[in-house]
Design a protein. Structure first.
Length: 149
């Protein structure tokens, strides 16, 4: 059987690829880094996290105590209930609708107050004590009571 031209070309390409592969293998063997010292093969990481061939400066070394490492959420100190109590002045209160606003003396913010959060009846310009609780629409005053003078 006679070989076709296409088959001859494929065989020629295969031989060429095999020859190139053998040459690359031989080149890798010649340029191999066998016999290198350990220092030549080591890589260091500098203070910025980059690879370097130079060892880090021992004077820049920072020691960290194991006790100082915190894993997780840091412990919170218990909140003093007296810190939550605020004072303010009633700027607006509508008995018919059952809500109003208190101006906080510390932050000067207006805080919403509902009639259900009031311990005793209040009116406009009264000085009151209250606690702030976050609601779906913002800060709400709860446990509202008249300030004892």
């Amino acid at each position: 059987m006679a070989e076709t031209w296409n088959k001859k070309e494929r065989e020629k390409k295969k031989r060429q690829n095999k020859k190139e592969k053998a040459e690359k293998k031989q080149e890798r063997k010649e340029n191999a880094k066998q016999g290198q010292s350990l220092d030549d093969m080591l890589a260091y990481i500098d203070e910025n996290g980059n690879l370097s061939s130079v060892p880090p400066d021992p004077r820049k070394k920072v020691t960290i105590k194991v006790e100082d490492i915190e894993i997780g959420v840091p412990k919170q100190e218990p909140i003093n209930p007296e810190d939550l109590i605020r004072t303010g002045i009633v700027t607006h209160f509508n008995d018919a609708k059952g809500y109003g606003f208190i101006k906080d003396m510390e932050s000067q913010e207006s805080v919403f107050v509902h009639i259900n959060s009031i311990k005793e009846p209040i009116a406009e310009h009264n000085k009151v004590t209250f606690e702030i609780e976050m609601g779906p629409k913002g800060a709400n005053a709860v446990n509202v009571a008249l300030l004892k003078q």
